[in-house]
Write a protein that binds this ligand. Sequence first.
Ligand code: DSN
Length: 413
Amino acid sequence: MKIRSYDIGIADALECELNRQRTGLEMIPSENFVSDAVLEALGSVATNKYSEGYPGKRYYGGCEFIDEIESLAIERAKQIFGAEHVNVQPLSGAPANIAAYEALLEHGDTILGMDLSHGGHLTHGHPVTQSSKIYNFVRYKTNTEGLIDLENLRAMALEHKPKLILVGYSAYSREIDYAGVKKIADEVGALTMADIAHIAGLIAGGQMDNPVPIFDLVTTTTHKTLRGPRGGMIMCKQEFAKAVDKAVFPGLQGGPHENVIAAKAVAFKEALEPSFKEYARQIKANAKILEEEFRNREYKLMFGGTDNHLLLIDVASKGVTGAEAEAALDKAGITVNKNMIPDDPRKPMDPSGIRLGTPALTTRGMKENEMKTIADWIDDAITNHTNETMLSVIRGRVKEFASNFPLYEGLEY
Ligand code: DSN
């Protein structure tokens, strides 16, 4: 039975969401559009099956085909990232990070992680999280040039003697010196963990450095630049394999979501295609053009620009708050998110910055020329954020422009 013939409320909301995605410009850097094949796997019969345990060792009967699905996902992830061990069951990035801490540490241990406003993630030790009550997080920051200063990191590591040094960020736009961090960790006897949720697809496509061969453990989500379903994954050295698997199940989770794991496997197959390299290259090229365009318009770019798929822009320096910019851009059909900038004097619900990125636009086939047009509209919307007429004119242009880059053709609810 089709949704529409049974549940008009949900069918209407889904149709509206599909229309929003089709007619707007999605620039939240953690979002993307999955392929039809990934969508099909997500909505497949694999959702019906309980399969606590791991391939070959399940607590339920009837898992022979589920084992095939999960094993394919694991093997493909190993091939993409060169991982010794992979767990594809984490439900998303936050649970993957908690499982990683549980696998590697004792409660009360010290973790050196990046401050949220400098580009880190909530789960990297922000005081509002449960993990921050369990572990002793000490948070490092970027320096005044907006870069991670390894000398400072080393000094902090020598002072605090962490059991774990954590890198990998949600709003930081620069490459990470994994070998440099590993050297510091070895000096103080710390383990190393990278959270590559944002840049996993760029690493898979060979466009950014890969920490997997160097670090003890790497977590990721699968739905950002990697263009898979909403979910998480842990990769680690063989010596941590048992601890990681135990931490995920039975430590923190019950039955894995095998439909999502099937969709992860499909996305990993796509990431192994030669065309994915070109996709990842274009994501970065598009972000670089936006960097140039915003610099030419005298926006203040945090971290001095970008080496990846995202930009963190201080819009307060233009006299507009992050919330005002986000709201104006929403009206113009361009979706970004308000975001704290390093040591932001403003509050998270109305910070000084916006964060935007290129993965979803690149999935739709947009390239350098399109980025220039979009930068113009973003600037116009921010500069005229109180001018409803202007915002509505841009909305009309965005809609017409977006129709040239079809999304989910033939799909309807
Ligand atoms: N919420 C994600 C992001 O937008 O970066 C991170 O978990």
